[in-house]
Design a protein around this ligand. Structure first.
Ligand SMILES: Cc1ncc(COP(=O)(O)O)c(C=O)c1O
Length: 447
């Protein structure tokens, strides 16, 4: 007789006693025992799960790699690190400067904590020390007393952070640097200087982005210069973290950090940077067809990131041609297409990328040209409420066309790159209509 088909997976497994199924990841004290054995022979196949307090020795070793006074290992993303950092700041400060390109989790941290943001929109792609100096000098007595940088940008563009930090410290600010997109920088002198080498208070790293660990692994560092201590952060993390840290993610994090600081890795990165410099020299800017774009004012550039533009086609078309030539991108916007390399890439990968550049060029030459779309420059948010006040206010849902002049009650961001297009507490204006579209539905604060 044919076996009855099972609609239920667990039932199907039960029907085959030779297979034993463990529906848990190795983290939750899921003691797996062979029922057929005598008690003395019970076999435990699982590892226990650990609390943060159990990680002291392990985290101390990770901190030694980075040369920090404390590094906290996170298994629920840099998002948790950003939330915890903002919450820790909120215990010490009433308001904080935020460079406009922050990740949405920074603003969400303000919803949770009530901290008041004052946004800084740089003239160029990154903020300059001169802009900061001018801003702080004219800020008045109720000026914010801390600042949050997101450096580098998703595209790998960095500010002159050492000089920015000097300016901030001169004005007595505490400093957080979200270095998610430079998490690999401490691994090699061929990469830009990490904020960990500067006089700052918190640095955040995302290990799944370029360090090869599983998604959700991240680090929150307190550099030796930090004015905060572990307790300041632990209190916030306790509100945000799961009580069951994932062993799987911790193991992946450990492997990735050890590999990042393996003596061979620095050499590997230096060789990769060297090869990529050659690709850039041979393929980009020379004939003007594909340009390796670095906006004016950018002080440091991650050599593993290629933001390519062309005047011969739209960025979406450029991305499509590269894809058809076998190379996928990280993202593209109205200006260009971002390609990312990591120390896991082989010489063969670089050859494939260079071949794709060569394949795309004749298509660009044959292209009839196009009308470039204006890129979306970030706006200067006009805050009429704090993000927390707006989040908890009575709200209604309307199209952006009906919302101009009103106050946003929700955050809107597209990921990547993840910076907020609309911020709770912000007055909605024409800029929002242009970037979201007039018929986009949003929550606004009810009058
Ligand atoms: C600058 C920045 N910070 C924080 C995050 C959040 O990281 P995660 O996805 O690890 O939570 C991101 C995500 O892309 C980011 O781009």
């Amino acid at each position: 007789m044919a076996a009855r088909p099972h609609a239920n997976f667990a039932e199907m497994v039960e029907a085959r006693p030779a297979i034993s199924l463990h529906l848990h990841t190795p983290a939750h004290q899921g003691r797996t025992v062979e029922k057929r054995l005598m008690p003395a022979q019970l076999v435990s196949r699982d590892v226990r799960y650990f609390q943060r307090r159990d990680l002291v020795g392990f985290e101390a070793r990770i901190a030694t790699h980075y040369g920090t006074k404390r590094t906290l290992c996170l298994t629920s993303g840099t998002t948790t690190g950003c939330l915890a950092a903002v919450m820790a700041l909120s215990r010490r400060h009433a308001s904080v400067w935020v460079v406009r390109n922050c990740h949405k989790s920074i603003v969400n941290g303000m919803v949770l904590s009530g901290l008041k943001p004052r946004f800084i929109r740089p003239e160029g792609a990154v903020v300059t020390p001169e802009e900061l100096d001018e801003l702080f000098a004219g800020a008045g007595p109720d000026a914010p007393t801390a600042i949050i940088f997101t450096n580098p940008t998703f595209e790998g563009w960095g500010a002159d952070l050492p000089r920015c930090v000097d300016v901030c410290r001169r004005h007595g600010l505490e400093i957080v640097v979200d270095e998610s997109h430079g998490s690999h920088w401490p691994a090699s002198p061929a990469l830009p200087l990490s904020a960990l080498n500067l006089d700052v208070d918190i640095v955040l790293h995302s290990l799944h982005k370029y360090a090869g660990a599983l998604v959700q692994t991240a680090l929150l560092h307190l550099p030796n210069s930090s004015r905060l201590n572990e307790r300041d952060l632990a209190r916030s993390l306790d509100l945000l973290e799961t009580t069951t840290l994932s062993n799987l993610l911790m193991l992946s994090l450990e492997k990735a950090v050890d590999r990042l600081f393996d003596p061979a890795t620095a050499g590997q990165i230096a060789r990769l940077v060297d090869e990529l410099t050659g690709v850039k020299r041979r393929q980009h800017n020379g004939d003007g067809l594909i340009r390796y774009h670095v906006p004016e004012g950018v002080a440091t550039q991650d050599p593993l990131k290629f933001f390519l533009t062309t005047e011969r086609a739209g960025a979406d078309q450029l991305a499509r041609w590269f894809y058809e030539a076998g190379v996928d991108n990280e993202f593209h916007d109205a200006t260009g297409v971002l390609f990312i390399f990591s120390f896991f890439n082989t010489l063969a990968d670089l050859k494939r990328f260079e071949r794709a550049c060569r394949q795309v060029k004749p298509l660009l030459l044959a292209s009839p040209g196009f009308l470039p779309r204006a890129g979306t420059r970030m706006n200067q948010p006009e805050m009429v409420m704090t993000p927390r006040e707006a989040h908890y206010a009575a709200r209604e849902r309307v199209e952006v066309d009906q919302a101009v002049g009103r106050t946003a009650a929700e955050l809107v961001a597209t990921c990547p790159p993840g910076w907020p297009l609309l911020i709770p507490g912000e007055k909605i204006g024409e800029w929002h209509r242009a970037v979201l579209g007039g018929d986009y539905l949003i929550d606004i604060v009810k009058l």
